[in-house]
Design a binder for this molecule. Structure first.
Ligand code: AGP
Length: 606
């Protein structure tokens, strides 16, 4: 998603801004730019491609000035080009950077062009610069000009504006897209998230929706949409002085796959109370009051909810609905059967998921945010937070956050079942012990890279692949297919094994790779007979299974086994070979593993 950074009061702020933009690279982008005010004039540099291209342009002719804004763009409206890169400048007087979508930008653009404004890009964002020129031309002061602009635009936005009329400040505003203000000693900063600023300052003010602020070197003034000053409490965020680095691995994704034992162990620790019992950050009374759960999420996080549904319904007997977040609040869902909504999001900023959680809250449901970024928007708005402790996940393809989400969700299911008397203490403690054994088992599964490499080499030649799973392994099949698609660009589809005979088996032809997930669970026999049907028609079975399930399938072209594990935990452990397979296939294909084409780490537009 787009990244925004700004600084005011810092000598040579363009270098500070470029360095901060590098901390947002993980969000995914396709162009970038920086603008400063130097000697009363706007000075602009933009480049397509990686930040290295912008860095080169800045070295060739540095930008001078102690106030500036920068941006990494993930194209939504308008293709990838220098003209469409931010910052956008209007009348050589106002510059803006924007994250989000101005829904009514066409109407505004037509109105402004009719009165002589000249546009130079195809973006929605450029209208903001022209609206500010118009407001300043009307003699409005910065705050009044901002209120006038905000009154006219619809949609999600986090933007920063600067003008040669007021060279001592930045003007910022947010609605639905995140924005943080960093309070330094002699300078202030703005950033799409605190990670971009935490090497400059740990004192951060988060704007709420419809807030706007004037940011000067000596401090910030925050206002609500109607102009009422408001005091947003500054918080101290965790320090992350250095750039997150790859730690010797080839890719962030490879590093994060290897960090999963720790991610699971730390997330389990966060779900264990001081007496060593599994907790869900709520009292037993609060847990007992839960009688129906809606889970809203996107992408990989959505597949985590689908796996969790098997656990929560089987263990706690509480009905669960898993909703694709982007569909949920638009389909006018019937919320009456549910009293609790769980929003699951690694970034805590996916706009689809946040809007779905807000809809649930408006409908009277209690909200739980299960997030990996503690001070994210979803975490701040949810009634209760269930934290994953996976650490910063930089690779766009989610790995350690996924298995951390599953760990937290299984702990939640056990705590809920125990509170509702559906399982006894002994059963709860047995499962707890199994989960405590997971980091060791995952560590052993990380030894599969060499075994999977030849399988990945074969798979990288394929044009298409199927992923099959049954029971709680069905959503893992969906996730495995997503991993292969988003990393190697090979088309892949996940199916419930039992669903194949209802149509998809027509896809099977000689040599088609079929990645099959199998565990020694209650549906293993049925799942293996579904696989036999696929194999009998020429499907090339790639079996990812528990060691004790290998005898079930004697016709696989490749078998990758993980240690035996309680069936409840099989979806977490089998995620490891599925991730490794997708990663190594992408390496074979030579794709941009950490920032696959067209993707962003956090999708903050609808
Ligand atoms: C996962 O590999 C993808 N990058 C994507 O599906 C991601 O899970 C989805 O965009 C949701 O992100 P979130 O968990 O940060 O909300």
């Amino acid at each position: 998603m787009c990244g925004i950074v700004g600084a005011v009061g810092h000598e040579q702020c363009s270098e500070v801004i470029l360095d901060a933009l590098k901390r947002l690279e993980y969000r995914g982008y396709d162009s970038s730019g920086i603008v400063t005010i130097n000697d009363g004039a706007i000075a602009l540099k933009r480049a397509v491609g990686k930040l290295a291209n912008l860095d080169k342009a800045l070295r060739a002719s540095p930008l001078i000035g102690d106030v500036g804004i920068g941006h990494t763009r993930w194209a939504t409206h308008g293709g990838v080009s220098t003209e469409n890169a931010h910052p956008h400048v209007a009348a050589d007087r106002v510059a803006i950077v924007h994250n989000g979508i101005i829904e009514n930008h066409r109407t505004i653009r037509r109105r402004l062009e009719a009165v002589g404004h000249k546009f130079f890009s195809d973006t929605d964002s450029e209208v903001l610069a022209h609206l500010f020129v118009e407001a300043l031309d009307a003699g409005l002061d910065p705050a009044a000009a901002t209120r006038r602009v905000l009154a006219e635009i619809d949609g999600a936005y986090a933007f920063a504006m600067m003008s040669i009329d007021h060279p001592d400040m930045l003007i910022v505003a947010r609605n639905a897209s995140p924005l943080a203000l960093g309070i330094g000693d002699a300078a202030c900063y703005i950033g799409s998230d605190a990670i971009a600023l935490s090497h400059l300052t740990r004192k951060v003010v988060y704007l709420e929706d419809h807030d706007y602020a004037l940011v000067r070197a000596d401090g910030v003034s925050v206002y609500q949409a109607d102009g009422t000053p408001v005091n947003r409490e500054a918080v101290m965020v965790a320090a992350s002085p250095g750039l997150v680095d790859k730690g010797g691995y080839r890719h962030y994704m490879e590093k994060e796959i290897h960090e999963q034992p720790d991610a699971i162990a730390h997330s389990l620790a966060a779900m264990t109370d001081e007496s060593g019992r599994l907790t869900a950050k709520m009292s037993d009374d609060e847990l007992r009051s839960i009688n129906g759960i809606v889970m809203v999420a996107a992408g990989t996080s959505h597949y985590a909810t689908q796996i969790a549904r098997y656990w929560i319904e089987a263990l706690a007997g509480v009905p669960v609905a898993c909703e694709v977040a982007s569909e949920y609040h638009y389909r006018q869902p019937v919320t009456a059967p549910y009293d609790t909504a769980i929003a699951i999001s690694q970034s805590g900023e996916s706009l689809d998921t946040m809007m779905a959680m807000r809809h649930a809250a408006k409908s009277g449901l209690k909200t739980i945010g299960l997030v990996n970024v503690a001070d994210s928007t979803i975490a701040r708005e949810a009634d209760t937070v269930l934290p994953t402790r996976a650490g910063p996940e930089i690779g766009v393809a989610s790995t350690k956050a996924f298995t951390a989400q599953l760990t937290v969700l299984l702990c939640f299911a056990v705590a809920l079942a125990r509170a509702k008397g559906q399982i006894d203490i002994a059963r709860a403690e047995t499962i707890h012990a199994e989960i405590q054994g997971l980091p060791r088992l995952v560590g052993k599964a990380l030894g599969l890279f060499d075994a999977i490499r030849p399988v990945a080499h074969q798979l990288s030649q394929a044009k298409s692949a199927l992923y099959l799973g049954r029971g709680a392994l069905y959503p893992l099949a969906l996730e495995g297919a997503l991993k292969l698609k988003e990393l190697s660009y090979i088309h892949a589809e996940g199916f419930a094994s039992g669903e194949m005979k209802h149509g998809p088996i027509a896809l099977i032809e000689d040599g088609l790779p079929v990645v099959a997930l199998l565990a020694a669970d209650t549906v293993m026999t049925k799942a293996s007979s579904n696989l036999r049907e696929a194999s009998a028609r020429g499907g090339k079975i790639i079996l990812l299974c528990e060691a004790r399930a290998t005898d079930e399938v004697d016709y696989a072209s490749a078998v990758v086994t993980v240690p035996d594990v309680d069936p409840l935990l099989a979806p977490i452990l089998l995620a490891i070979p599925a991730q490794i397979l997708a990663y190594l296939t992408a390496v074979e294909k030579g794709t941009d593993v950490d920032q696959p084409r067209n993707l962003a780490k956090s999708v903050t537009v609808e």
